[in-house]
Design a protein around this ligand. Sequence first.
Ligand code: ADP
Length: 433
Amino acid sequence: MRPLCVRTFWWLLALVCLVVLPVRAAFGATWSLVALSGGLALLLAWHLFSLAQLLDWQDGPLDAPLPRGRGIWEIAFAGLHRRVRLRLGQQRSLSETLDRFMRAFQALPDGVIAFDRNQHIEWINARAEVHFALSALTDRGQALTNLIRQPDFVAYLESGRFDEPLIYRDGRVEGLVLMLQVIPYGDDHRLMVSRDITQIERLETMRRDFIANVSHELKTPLTVVAGFSEMLVDGYEEYSDAEVRHYLSLICEQNGRMQRLIQDLLTLSALESGGGLAGEERIEIEPMLRSLLDEARALSGGKHELTLAVETPSALAGCASELRSAFGNLVGNAVRYTPPGGRIDLVWRVRQGAGEFAVADTGIGIAAQHVPRLTERFYRVDRSRSRETGGTGLGLAIVKHVLTRHQATLEIESEPGKGSRFTARFPASRLLA
Ligand code: ADP
């Protein structure tokens, strides 16, 4: 028996001894029975009062303070108090764990949607809201296929076969490409994980286009070389010396074109895979531009008026070979796209702390819609003109790469029929005293 039950027993015995026995001695058995009944009634009233307190408490919130009891009720209330505290603690740690899981799901870079066997949404994380233009607040409980009606998506969900992911295009967010994977779990519930692969898809398309472009660029000169070589092998004697020389010169020209293309491709690949600048050195601007001017004069063959103005003699910190190749491309383009008799001005100056190299020509110019795409690989305004002048379509892509590696920008201003100005702008941090 518990000590307090024993104590209660002794209290009852004491009541009988202290109240009932003296009453019985003084007033007889009837009054002693009345006294005993009165005592028991009081005891019952006390228990009922404590029970009522307990029932009141039970109707209140779980964390309401327990009533204070006495005697056996004190023990009962203390036991209950311990259990309530334990339950509250367990509940708190459970809700903290749940909260942490929810926050982890919210922080995922992937979208997550939990839904039931009827495809009713149970939960959506923030990324999935963006991926599918859904709202966790208003779309919860709705059927996924009512909200997302893209046929491939509906067929995928309804197929019930989720071994392979679904590439989801043309969804509710324009231009977004997602990879979706459905993971069944628990009692016929499902999780759908969505990953944004727009960038990967774009790179893959670029890679495919690049291979197609390179193959195309090589195919034409190779066809010419193969055609003339076969012609000469099969009937060398049939051609005069002058004709043979002409065909051989065409073969050489196409060889040169392929060599330039391979050289530009190697330069681009080195720039793209080389990480940061290999080594930085001090580049004196004036001597470099003078030698570029000489090369441009040789390329022009006296057909253009070429000038150089170095307004502020300066030195740049950077990779001399890369910058020489970038500046050379700009100057070479000016010569190639300026008809004979035109003018080409090379200018170096320092403006508001930034170094600027500008090549201005009075050439054919470029229509505004082409300007933003000029630095894409193989982008040409006029394919045949570029080929005629020995272009590979990679020059400005190389320029852009080199400038980016030097934290510099390329500005292009042009007007068809009037001419163009290409300006490479270097930050003050690249200028050396
Ligand atoms: P390409 O080898 O064809 O010249 P680039 O990448 O150097 O390739 O240039 C891309 C295109 O930009 C050229 O095909 C040409 O159409 C245009 N372009 C470049 N520079 C000039 C210029 N100075 N004047 C007119 N068009 C130019």
